[in-house]
Each structure stands twice: as C-alpha cells, then as structure tokens.
Design a protein around this ligand. Structure first.
Ligand SMILES: *Cc1c(COP(=O)(O)O)cnc(C)c1O
Length: 389
C-alpha cells in the first residue's frame, strides 16, 4: 500500500533535535567521545521527595483510573497557591487553571483553540520551534517577530505591519527566553499587554524558565503579575525545568478563564489528562518548591559562568546569561550557524544547537546547554580553543 503523509507533515523539516541526535549517534558509533551541549534537559535528578510521593501514590488504585481532564482539584489548588506565594498572583484554581501533559503539549494545542485557517500567530524568532509549527498545524501562519540583540531580545511590537496585526489572533512570548536567555523588562510586558488589549490578540506566555535565575535581586516575573494580564492572556508553566522533571510530563496553564476553557475543550478531545500519581508528586514538588531549588540553580549558574567565561577567553562574544540553562553566543569568525555547528560536531565532537534551528534571526549565533558537568564544559572549551577554523 502506498502510505502518503499529509501535506501538514510532509513539508516539515525534521524536528531539529531529532536530526542532530542522528548525526551525534553516527559519531558515537564511530567511537568519538561526544560532548552533547545540544538539547536542554537537566542532568540533575528529580528531588527524592518527589519520587517518594510518586512511589506512594502509584500504589493507590484510585489513581489507576482515568484522571479528570482539567486536572485534580488538589493539583490545581496547589498551582494557585504556588502562583500566589511565588508571584503574588491570585487565581481561581478551577476557573483559571488546567493541567497539561508538559507545557509543550499546551503550547502545541493552543493554536487549535484560537487560530482559524488564514489567521496569524505572532511568533518570536529565534524561538521554541513549536510555536510556529503548531500554528501551521492549525491552518494559520506564523509572523516572525525578530528578537534582536539591540532590543534586548524582545520584539519591537511597533514594527509589526498593520495588516498583520489585524489578522493576528495570538502572540507567543517566552521569558526567561530560550534560546537567548534574555529576561523581559517590566516595560515590555506592560506594552505587550496594552498592544494585545488594543488589537484583540491573546498573549500566550511560555514561562518554563521562571525558576532558573542567577540573581536573587533579579527574579523573573510571571506575565500574570502585570495589570490587565488576565484580560489578555494565559501563561504556560511546567515542572520540567524547575524540578528536573522533564521525563514526568507535567505542566499547567494559568490565566484568562475563557482562553483556558478553550484550550481545555481542545484537550478533552485529544488526551485524557495526566496520571494522578504524577499529579500528586507535582503537588509535593510545588508545595515545598524552595527545597533544593537554589542548589540546583547554583549549579547552572556556576556552569554558565564557566562556559561563558571560557568562550570569552578565547575571543568569542557571549550574551551574559542571567538565567535559564543556555549560553547564547556569536559564532567565531562570523561563521554561519549551520557551518559552525557542523565544524563543532565533525572536528571537535561537540554538539551545540545552531541559532538557525530556532529561526532565521538566530543566524550568526549558537546555543549551548549547560546540562553537563564542569569537567565536560572545560573540555568543550578546550576543544573549541584548539579548533582551527
Ligand atoms: C523545555 C521547554 C518547554 C517544554 O517543557 P515541557 O513542560 O517539558 O513540555 C516549553 N517551552 C520552552 C521554551 C522550553 O524550553
């Protein structure tokens, strides 16, 4: 039989990290000692208290049945409590929150709830590839908002053409930002809310990295802290990066009631919620969220400094990381991102992500994840130093 893929997937490039993984595997098979600073996936294990809760909760037969679509009330209440403790944001757990199977799931389904064929989603570039592709899956078109260094990697909303603004239904934002590690300013979030309100555009803020910051006096804010945010937007959050729980697939969306309900309606037709034992472990994670958090972020802070200082010492221009676990830097010798990534892989056995993997405005940059130990990072810098380009 002749199996044909739908155009929707036929025209897609392979998922960036899948492609890099294949190349990496080729080198590993040849016996190369590959240093993988590609994908951002914490190497630090999930805290034991969370694992213990899962073990216990998994024994309860009530948890073996279908969970509720929107998430357990107890989990949603804990999310509300966390938003209040961490950000001072008051929400109604039942109206403003639903559970997600990781924030990627929520981000990927959002356009299905808000985009009609022909509509536009405003998408940051460079950015998490899911925003644009999910928009296309829903029949919409992404309009790329360049994140430029001279603007602190925040989009210039006033430069978006009027006809685009009129057709735009949603705007994705992501701070602290992957891949640039930039934080948003207060004035940017305020302007974005005003812009969204004036133009009837729903803001979908991806806040996966709010807990990975290096300076206690510069804590990332939730977008929902700003006046008017609940009127115009929703915020995606996740336990993945905060608690080293990427494998557990647990996240949540908080914000505008009608928007949350819209995403919930899509989801009831696609998935059946998250394993309740995982939700109970999530409750434990959030309830004692400060436990061990600083130790984990200190590790990322130390590594980020190690890598960025190392790169700077060999003449590479690095964007100073304030948080996240990414170091975003300018390619040496003005190399194209794909060229540099290939040189790194083939000559040094180092995997880093080419800036263009996050969009056309990532050209000229490279992203390194600091999800490996100090020794590997030192070794990576030394291999790059020895490169003759
Ligand atoms: C890691 C990441 C996510 C996805 O996290 P999950 O909750 O594990 O699905 C979402 N957005 C950005 C920007 C990320 O880097």
């Amino acid at each position: 039989m002749n199996i044909k893929w739908a155009d929707r997937i036929n025209n897609l490039p392979p998922y960036l990290f899948a492609e890099i993984d294949a190349k990496k595997q080729g080198l590993v098979d040849k016996g190369v000692d590959v240093i993988d600073l590609g994908v951002g996936d914490p190497d630090i294990p999930t805290p034991q208290r969370i694992i213990d809760t899962l073990n216990k909760s998994s024994q309860n037969p009530n948890n073996h049945r279908y969970p509720s679509y929107a998430g357990m009330q107890s989990f949603r209440e804990e999310v509300a409590t966390w938003y209040s403790r961490r950000f001072g944001v008051k929400t109604d757990p039942l109206k403003n929150t639903i559970i997600l199977i990781g924030s990627k799931e929520g981000v990927a389904h959002a356009p299905m709830a808000f985009i009609n064929p022909g509509d536009i989603a405003l998408v940051p570039d460079p950015g998490y590839p899911v925003y644009g592709i999910a928009t296309e899956f829903a029949g919409g078109s992404p309009y790329l908002m360049p994140l430029l260094e001279e603007n602190g990697f925040m989009p210039d909303l006033s430069s978006i053409p009027k006809d685009i603004v009129e057709k735009a239904k949603i705007m994705f934002l992501n701070y602290p930002n992957n891949p640039t590690s930039a934080f948003a300013t207060d004035s940017f979030f305020k302007d974005a809310i005003e812009f969204a309100y004036k133009n009837n555009i729903l803001i979908c803020h991806d806040a996966a990295y709010t807990e990975v910051y290096f300076d206690e006096s510069n804590k990332p804010k939730s977008f929902l802290e700003y006046d008017g945010a609940f009127d115009v937007g929703i915020e995606f959050h996740s336990l993945s990066k905060t608690f080293s729980m990427t494998g557990w697939r647990l996240g949540h969306v908080v914000g505008n009631e009608k928007a949350v309900a819209g995403l919930g309606k899509v989801k009831t037709n696609i998935d059946s919620g998250a394993f309740q034992a995982v939700q109970e472990a999530g409750i434990e994670a959030l309830r004692n969220y400060e436990d061990g958090l600083q130790d984990r972020t200190n590790i990322y802070k130390k590594r980020s400094k190690l890598l960025s200082d190392g790169l700077k010492n060999i003449g590479i221009e690095v964007i100073e990381p304030k948080g996240t676990f990414y170091v975003w830097f300018k390619n040496p010798k003005n190399l194209k991102s794909s060229e540099f990534a290939n040189i790194l892989l083939e000559k040094s056995g180092i995997v880093m992500t080419p800036g263009t993997g996050f969009g056309i405005y990532g050209e000229g940059y490279t992203r390194a994840s600091v999800t490996l130990n100090d020794e590997k990072l030192i070794e990576a810098v030394s291999r790059i130093k020895d490169l003759t380009i």
